[in-house]
Design a binder for this molecule. Structure first.
Ligand SMILES: CC(C)(COP(=O)(O)OP(=O)(O)OC[C@H]1O[C@@H](n2cnc3c(N)ncnc32)[C@H](O)[C@@H]1O)[C@@H](O)C(=O)NCCC(=O)NCCS
Ligand SMILES: Nc1ncnc2c1ncn2[C@@H]1O[C@H](COP(=O)(O)OP(=O)(O)OP(=O)(O)O)[C@@H](O)[C@H]1O
Length: 207
């Protein structure tokens, strides 16, 4: 069984691609949801995060104040590194449990939807990387529509993310989400067919 990462910048459409593969019956693991699990009260990361960023990153009910942690961790590259170093070992353990569970069902692929995979430790567990791309303009308008934030806030979010050329350089497959939803599904289906063909004939291909 192959582990296939689906990554991309915010608003690129990776969750839409993941949902499409899920609708076809393939298992999809969501790294963002896993991150929420490992940072829940009683989870493996919350105490370490408090040690690193201050115990006032907790809300009065003991849950993580995500906005507060984001403001502190993303303020500097060192803070962002610290956040990743604390959370990713636990995220990876959970994801690998999910991979093992999928493997026992005999499917050819498990997909992992995650924004922070390229250049990080989980990349070594991936047999292939799908990068979903969209222009800045498209990503901004989709984020504005989905999250109800301003264009400026959407642009700031994108500015803090891994540049698209870095993601493209790591990609085995690129899905350019430049049209409507039907176009996106067709592009995702084409990549799936290439993955299945590669499984059948064992050839290595690169986009
Ligand atoms: C700091 C947290 C609580 C902020 O949560 P919040 O809901 O406010 O924002 P969200 O998760 O949507 O992230 C905001 C943006 O930051 C980026 N980001 C998140 N974590 C990281 C990271 N470790 N390194 C670089 N960028 C990151 C995301 O791509 C996203 O675009 C959260 O991002 C987190 O727990 N991050 C660490 C775990 C992680 O790496 N998650 C990404 C999935 S692997
Ligand atoms: N081709 C498209 N046409 C119109 N809307 C789209 C298209 N692709 C995605 N969307 C919409 O744009 C929004 C962003 O897509 P999606 O949530 O899949 O992106 P994402 O890469 O997972 O973003 P994030 O990392 O911010 O969660 C969603 O509301 C989705 O329904």
């Amino acid at each position: 069984m192959k582990v296939i990462a689906i990554t991309g910048r915010s608003g690129s459409g990776k969750s839409t691609v993941s949902a499409y593969y899920g609708s076809l019956g393939y298992p999809v693991l969501d790294a963002d949801r896993t991150a929420r699990e490992v940072t829940r009260p009683g989870g493996p990361c919350l105490a370490q995060l408090c040690d690193a960023f201050g115990s006032d990153i907790l809300l009065p009910d003991g849950t993580l104040d995500r906005g507060c942690l984001a403001a502190r961790a993303f303020a500097t590259p060192e803070g962002t590194r610290r956040l990743t170093d604390i959370t990713h070992p636990a995220i990876i353990r959970e994801l690998l449990d999910g991979v093992a569970a999928a493997q026992s069902t005999g499917v050819p692929f498990v997909f992992v939807d995650g924004a922070v995979i390229v250049g990080e430790a989980f990349e070594q567990y991936c047999d292939a990387i799908i990068v979903v791309t969209a222009s800045e303009r498209e990503a901004v308008s989709r984020i504005v529509l989905r999250d109800g934030i301003s264009k400026q806030a959407a642009r700031m979010r994108l500015a803090a993310q891994t540049p698209e050329d870095v993601l493209r350089a790591a990609a085995d497959y690129i899905i350019a989400n430049t049209g409507d939803g039907r176009h996106l599904r067709a592009a995702a289906q084409a990549v799936l067919e290439r993955l299945l063909a590669k499984e059948t004939n064992g050839t290595k291909e690169k986009t």
